[in-house]
Design a protein around this ligand. Structure first.
Ligand SMILES: Nc1ncnc2c1ncn2[C@@H]1O[C@H](COP(=O)(O)OP(=O)(O)O)[C@@H](O)[C@H]1O
Ligand SMILES: Nc1ccn([C@@H]2O[C@H](COP(=O)(O)O)[C@@H](O)[C@H]2O)c(=O)n1
Length: 233
């Protein structure tokens, strides 16, 4: 495998389609890709009772254990395996067991605040923001939370208005400015196939790695361009 791995960050609001994009762009490369859900780095809240944990604001940056994520992403980039925590949405807490994650050619960090932390952003080679209208996202979220995460409709609605929506506006949406690419409507087929090619090239080892931003003289005006160059080494 290539060290350091190629690391992609996928951020965006709840229900935007982050997990779907991550799954689709890595479908054909088997075990050469590791997906790291940011949810696994929610702080351990074992010291709180279940009803207290249910009331935590899970959309605020302080809900995550950033130090652990930075440390473990750094270890993967150095070619070391990590013990990644696992999260259980039904009990609002980390599971007792962790999972051993080996370093792989491509790593995908995916979650609402994947582009929030400056140090994490520096470790990412490609930053994506999945953008989907809020009405579509809340409809998807209601379906998912009630069916998959064992929640009551009323609780999902209360949580959306009290924390999910305001935190999205305050913390999540502003991270769009850190993105290299914004993907409209979640898993749109054009974006998915371009990214799929990029991931496959990284796994095959013949990918472009230098993303060089430059200012180019253009018809007497200075135009900001993004050029991508192949490396010889
Ligand atoms: N482009 C899309 N069109 C239709 N449904 C989608 C699309 N992208 C995602 N979904 C659906 O929306 C729901 C939430 O998507 P998911 O990828 O889990 O979002 P996120 O990880 O951002 O919370 C899933 O049921 C998924 O199948
Ligand atoms: N115990 C928890 C922890 C998190 N959430 C919500 O999950 C959302 C993030 O996951 P997505 O797959 O939707 O990106 C986030 O908006 C939290 O509100 C939760 O409900 N309960």
């Amino acid at each position: 495998m290539t060290i350091p791995s190629f690391v992609i960050g996928i951020a965006g609001g709840t229900g935007a389609g982050k997990t779907t994009v991550a799954r689709l762009i890595t479908e054909n490369v088997g075990e050469s890709v590791t997906r790291i859900p940011l949810d696994n780095y929610y702080k351990d809240l074992s010291h709180l009772a279940l009803d207290e944990r249910a009331d935590v604001n899970y959309d605020h940056p302080s809900a995550f254990e950033w130090d652990l994520l930075r440390e473990q992403l750094g270890e993967l980039l150095e070619g070391q395996a990590i013990e990644m925590p696992k999260y259980d949405f039904e009990i609002h807490n980390r599971k007792e067991e962790s999972v051993t994650v080996p370093p792989t050619d491509v790593i995908i960090l995916e979650g609402i605040l994947a582009l929030y932390d400056e140090e994490i952003n520096d470790m990412l080679d490609l930053r994506l923001y999945v953008e989907t209208d809020a009405d579509v996202r809340i409809l998807r979220r209601i379906e998912r939370d009630v069916i998959d995460r064992g929640r009551e409709l009323e609780g999902v609605m209360d949580q959306y208005l009290s924390t999910v929506k305001p935190m999205h506006e305050q913390f999540i949406e502003p991270t769009k400015k850190h993105a290299d690419l914004i993907i409209p409507e979640g898993a749109n087929s054009v974006a998915v196939s371009l990214l799929e090619e990029k991931v496959a090239a990284e796994v095959a080892g013949d990918a472009v790695r230098d993303w060089e931003r430059s200012e180019t003289e253009f018809d007497g005006e200075v135009a900001g361009t993004v050029s991508v160059e192949e490396r010889d080494d």
